[in-house]
Design a protein around this ligand. Sequence first.
Ligand SMILES: Cc1ncc(COP(=O)(O)O)c(C=O)c1O
Length: 410
Amino acid sequence: MLIANSRASRDAYPGVLKSILNVEAAEQSRAWLSAWSLISRGATPLWDLNDAAAQLGVAHISVKDEAFRSPLGSFKALGAPIALIRLVMRLWPTHDVDPKALIVGGYAEMVANLTVVSATDGNHGKALAAAAQAVGCQCVIVLHANVSVERERAIAAYGARIVRIAGSYDESVEHAAALAKANGWQVVSDTSYEGYEAIPRDVMQGYGAIAAEIVEQSSMSGAARSAFTHVFLQGGVGGLAAGIASFLWERYGAARPRFIVVEPSQADCLYQSAIAGYATKATGSVDSVMAGLACGEASPLAWKILDRCIDDFMLIDDRDAIDAMRLLAAGGGNDVPIVAGESGAAGFAGLCVLMRSPELARAVGLDRHSRVLVISTEGATAPDVYAELAGESSQAVAARQQAWLCNTVR
Ligand SMILES: Cc1ncc(COP(=O)(O)O)c(C=O)c1O
């Protein structure tokens, strides 16, 4: 299913949105995190998939591979740590906190009694737990019923206390807020709600680093037009899409690429928001193999951005995501094998679904001249699930990737 958003604008990036997310703050966040050992030095790869482009019928496909962002395995390593840094700076305004020293434990004594809490479907919670451990504060993570034990263990490994609830993701968000209120803890959530916007804004701002790298890797410096005609962005609560789209919109203005948001059919909160014209809830079961995208309610703050710049919203099935994981893992010929997890492969899956139907491809202006960017937002963040769905372990795919790189003169 696909719908066009008639409210999407091609005017210059509006000042009102700039006060939420902007290129300057994204660059600042990126510089601060460069000191952290859990963020990789240098940009994550931007792979070109020439064979896949030829097979699908577009001119060019690039995949920004966020599996390389961090040992944490996903782009979420850019969000929670930045929000925690900015939170500590707000809580201790007179201490002249140095953000680069903070993230390597330079203020551990000062923050020892601070407790941060969040709900998560996995990746955000792991990033928050790791950031809390790095700065030296306490962390409590609330997990809903569908978060796998494998993901729970990965979060607990970073020293977080786990609270498991029987309900859904949205109920876990409410539970985290209630725990914070009762105990005087600070919620560090990647989704906003009424009266709670500063921290999710900081989380989204952290994701802008991905867009900053993409611009550097793909454009001649100072180029007025993006190297891409179309950018596919997978949607959970909308933070990733808002972080990337706002950056590219501010950078390229009217010459920005066309943005397409991809969600699981069962967790269609952004698609439903596009129909309603305001941030709203999903209509489906919110249970998808794409764990990171299984969110029942759009972030109202993210929606303020998405409403104005996402050109199309589309839904995919779990089967589409699994097929995309397998295609990316296969590589071969001119294409590097890529380890893309269930949510990570969703953007590429969206492209494949549209290119299967001449009518859908036409509706979004995709043709043999299109230059497409997709973002693989995670590697095998749940390795057992990955192996089951991809039919091959992530180590085996990574080994084939290494072999491809050794054999290919790049
Ligand atoms: C791997 C992955 N991709 C994409 C997303 C979507 O991000 P957002 O919820 O900010 O829209 C998530 C969210 O957890 C994720 O874990």
